[in-house]
Every structure is written in C-alpha cells, then in structure tokens.
Design a protein. Sequence first.
Length: 447
Amino acid sequence: MLFFQSSSISYKKIWNIAYPIIIGSVAQNIINVTDTAFLGRLGEIALGGGAIGGLFYIAFLMFGWGFGVGTQIVVARRHGEGVYRPIGRVVEHGFLFLMALATMLFFLARVFGTQILSYIVKSEAVSQASAQYLGYMIFGIFFAHINFIFRAFYVGIGNTRVITVTTLVMVLINVFLDYALIFGNFGFPSMGIAGAAIASVVAEISSTLAFLAYTLMKVSVKQYKLFSFNVISPKLLLRLLRISLPIMLQNFLGFGVWFLFFLIIEKMGETQLAVSNIIRSVYIVLSVPIMGFASATNTLVSYVIGQGRQHEVLATIGKIAVICVSSVALVVGICATMPRHIISIYTSDPVLIQMGVPILYISVVSTVLMGLGSILFNGISGTGKTRISLYIEIIAITVYLAYAANMALVFRASIVSVWTVEIVYGLLLSFVSFAYLKSKRWMGTEV
C-alpha cells in the first residue's frame, strides 16, 4: 500500500514533465524508423549493417548518456533544495567530463571499430556495411555528448519543453538528408548506408545548435551561473562520478546486451537478423512513453527528496507507474490490432512480414512489463542509490543473455521463441526493483 499513499506531486505535474520528453522521443524515433525503412529498401545487408553499426555506436553513447542522467539527478536535487547557482557548476563539470569522454571514445572507435566488427560479425558483407556506417557515424559523438548535458540541465530543472523543440529540428534535418543522401535525391550523391550515417551526424549538430540558441535566448544564465567555467573542483567531479558511474555502466550493459543479442541472432541467419532489426525499431517506438516517464521519475524522485519529503517518494513512483503503464497499454493495444501494416512500413518482403507478426505480439506484452519495471528501476536511481540499480541491471542482463544464448544456440529454437527473453527481462526487473524500493534501504542517500 506504500505506493498508493498521498503525494504532493500531481498527475498533471508528472505529465507536464514527461510529455515533452515523450514528444521529443517520438520525433527522435522517427529518425530510427526512417533509417530502418530507407535501408530496408536497399536490402538485407544494408539493413543488418545499419543495425549492427548503429547498436555499436549506441553502446558507446551509453557511457555519456549515463553520466548525463547522473548529472540530471544532481541538478534536480539542487533544484528541489532551492539552490540554483550551484547548478551551473554541476553542468559545466558535466560538460568538461563528457567532452573528454567523447574524445576517448572517438579514437577508440576509429582505431579498433573495424577490427572488432570483423571479428564478431559472421557475415563479411554485414561486417563491411557495419564498419562503413560506423566510420561516418562516430563523428557525431561529440555533439551527442553536448546534447546529453543540455538535456541533463533542462530535465533536471523540470523545463522539458525545449527537448521537443530541439528534437523536432533534428528529425526534420535527418529525414530530409536520409532521403537525399541514401538514394541521391535533390541533386545529392547516392551514398547508401553511408548517407544514412552522415544524415544522422548533421542532425545531431543541428540539435546542439538549437539547444544553444534556446539557452542563450530563454534561460537566465546568471540565475544558474551557466557558462562561467571557473576552476575545476575535483570534489564536485568525484561526486558526479560517484552518482553517474553506476548509471554509465548499467546503460552500457543494457544497450551492450542488445548488441550481443543481435550478434546471437546474426548467428541464426541474415533473414532472422533483418526481421529482428525491424522489430527492434518497432519496439523502440512502442517504448517511447516509457522513456519520458523514466526521465520524469529520476527528476521527481530526486526533487522530492531535495525538498525533504522522502515519505512521498514511493507514492510519487506509484503515480508515475500508473500513468506510464496506462499510456503504454494504449499504444501497444493499437499496435496489436494491425501488426502486418506496421511491419510493412519497413519492408515489402512477405517472408519478413510473416515472420515478424508473432514477434511483434511478444513485444506488445514485454513493453507493458517494461513500462512498470523501468519506472520502479529509475525510482531507485532517482534516490541516489545508483550502485544498487547497477547490481539489479547486472542480475537482469545475466539472465537475459543466458536465456537468449541457450534458446538460439543450444536449443536451436525459433526466432519467435528467442524474443520471449524480453518478457523474462521485464518480469525480473519489475520484481527486484519493487522489492528494493519497498525495503526503504534507499532512505537518507545524499547526492
């Protein structure tokens, strides 16, 4: 009953923070759908190469994304405490760290990326396509990391509407350049899979410029002491790392396991890989509401604790879970009524459509479970107990990989059976996170 006690955080406030992130995520996932749909017209090799190369790049991004979420939690805590000027110091330290991190990841990908892909991808054609995609895409890593710190600031202070604006700019640029560069329209060269990567990089740059313009025009730089760049504080940097490092690792592991999952599927064949990439794209779109409410959970839990209202944390999480699961159920319910129409957006191949329908039904069930699990899980991170959330993630992905590998490689099960791993993961994440929150061992955590 603890999750249904009174909370001063209203459903309206939850929605006001979450919906701009959701809209932004919808727009951002248009990029994913567009890339997949366009590359699907080029054939299975381009589709598989874009999937593997894209997941490899995203796995790199998860370090920076995790640090951004940790920074967001600290910003929200200071905002809840009513002390605004230290927020600028937090943001600038986050920016400096993320730029150093992006530089390191860039050189790692440039030096070792092709060799790693050639070693782990069975199909030589898919490996070459993945390496080509990554070779261009990695240049966007600097701008992606800048966007992470802007996002941490705005979500942390509860001003999430800018997320919608900047992401819409990114989508418009990306869709136009995808159509122009992949197929050679509007006088642009036909670059295939490389064109998709270049379009994404330019779109990321446009988002950075939009964030910067909005900040300079709409935000009181003096109030938050932004862009001061005073002497670096090792103590503050270590505090950010203490909160962020577990999230960095768990995000890397979380998306890294997707990468390993697709490598497992790649061993099953190019057709299985192609249909799984399509379902992955749909699955991400279905998960859009979860992303918005998960970010709101981190912010609101930390904000409530900052205001000295720890007794409202569980009730706040309960409210977010109710509205999140309801929203997800509505979205996936619509999807379940027209699976063939949805899959046909990505491909006209009847074999892929037929194979994808039962997998899509599995994704419908697993998305609802993930809606609940993600809110409970992010509630733990919002309290500052990010190390505990890392431990939970390690347990969940260990079970995930063991299940998927055994189903695919040992029992030689169908691709439909392999995808049931998503249901197992959602159930496990929900149960363990709920048990920890109910124990109240998170109370008294400082950030």
